[in-house]
Design a protein around this ligand. Structure first.
Ligand SMILES: *Cc1c(COP(=O)(O)O)cnc(C)c1O
Length: 369
């Protein structure tokens, strides 16, 4: 069996470090926020080359607080892509704003710059580029446009810990960046977790209050807040794992290169690392119009695959209120029908990559034979 993601293999390598970190929190009694979470915030901000990180209970909370910190609410429009995980769009609706979609660039799977400016109206307040699969969106032109129009840029970096744009880490480029530490993400907690990262002191201060019931100090509630705090145990675990992240990221990148070499010349379309990007391959997705055939053939050989994501958000039943229809975003719709995520994690071996690649070639050759 080759799984899509193997969290057990990673744990086996760091078991004793994790055990000690958890025990330290149990001994300290700091179960919510506390010293370990505060230390993680400092270390993660530094990893992102940013001034502040505010640790939260999920990436979705980070997106929600980013929109609140930027003062976005009813009557406002926020531009993002329909080819993303649902949380990007859910957060826009949480604050009562309208989600306006722009199609993706079919090579990078990130927001199409050529269509972005036309989507801006006098109600637009923010743009949320999504660094999908671990590849940054082309963020300089987005940032320039946002400056000209007075908009806030919120990076959805939930899949892109350590990714770089022209040598700069994501999280340091937009006004606010949102990270998820869901267990399967490149930096994953052993439970839920997220972070709000920014260089702006006012935004950081707002996020700190909003995550903890809008308190300025204990029981002094100056704004309406939420319970979005990170657990002490997750902070301690994330500190341990952050120390390994660069090695794991390099292993993912190496695995992506090996897949590329093994699949070159096959009928599937390979992922493209854009010239400006350090792609961190949260997901390694190939494309084929024969996805079902390939997926079934791999499944029969014990190879797990995934689809990120099979239905673009504008076609999700729960989000019909966004007011779009089939055909509105052809690149997103086509990608949703054709992408197939292959097993990807740091511990994946070359031999496993060879097995997966041979299975893909076999499935497509059998089809055309
Ligand atoms: C995982 C993810 C989120 C949400 O993060 P959670 O921690 O699961 O709430 C948001 N956006 C994208 C693109 C994601 O992949």
């Amino acid at each position: 069996m080759i799984p899509l993601v193997d969290l057990k293999a990673q744990y086996a390598d760091i078991k004793s470090e994790i055990g000690e970190a958890i025990e330290m929190v149990l001994d300290s009694g700091q179960f919510i926020l506390g010293n370990e979470v505060a230390a993680f915030e400092t270390e993660f901000a530094s990893y992102c080359q940013a001034s502040y990180a505010v640790a939260l209970n999920s990436g979705t909370s980070a997106l929600h607080l980013a929109l609140l910190a930027a003062n976005i609410g009813p009557g406002d429009e926020v531009i993002t892509v329909p080819f993303t995980f649902i949380a990007t769009v859910a957060a826009i609706l949480y604050v009562g704003a309208r989600a306006v979609f722009v199609d993706i660039n079919p090579r990078s799977y990130t927001i199409d710059l050529d269509q972005l400016e036309a989507a801006i109206t006098n109600r637009t307040k923010a743009i949320i580029p999504v660094h999908l699969y671990g590849q940054p969106a082309d963020i300089d032109p987005i940032q320039d446009l946002a400056k000209r129009k007075g908009l806030v840029v919120i990076e959805d970096a939930a899949q892109a810990h350590g990714a770089e744009y022209k040598g700069r880490r994501v999280g340091s480029i937009g006004d606010i960046a949102c990270f998820s530490f869901y267990p399967g993400k490149n930096l994953g907690a052993y439970g839920e977790g997220g972070a709000f990262v920014t260089n702006n002191n006012d935004y950081a201060r707002a996020a700190r209050m909003l995550r903890d019931w809008g308190q300025e100090r204990k029981y002094h509630h100056v704004i309406k807040g939420y319970n979005y705090r990170m657990d002490g145990i997750q902070g301690a675990i994330l500190r341990v794992k952050l120390r390994h992240l660069e090695l794991w990221t390099e292993a993912r990148r190496q695995n992506a290169r090996y897949y590329n070499a093994m699949l070159e010349g096959s009928p599937v379309i390979l992922p493209v690392e854009m010239p400006y990007a350090r792609h961190v391959f949260h997901v390694y997705a190939v494309r084929t119009s024969h996805r079902n055939i390939v997926q079934q053939a791999l499944d029969a050989q014990g190879i797990q695959t995934g689809i990120h994501y099979p239905i673009p958000v504008h076609l999700q039943k729960a989000y019909a209120e966004t007011g779009y229809r089939l055909g509105d975003f052809p690149h997103a719709e086509r990608a949703a029908n054709e992408v197939l995520s292959l097993p990807m994690y740091a511990e994946l071996s070359n031999e496993q990559i060879e097995t997966v690649s041979a299975a893909i070639r076999g499935a497509l050759n059998a089809r055309t034979a």
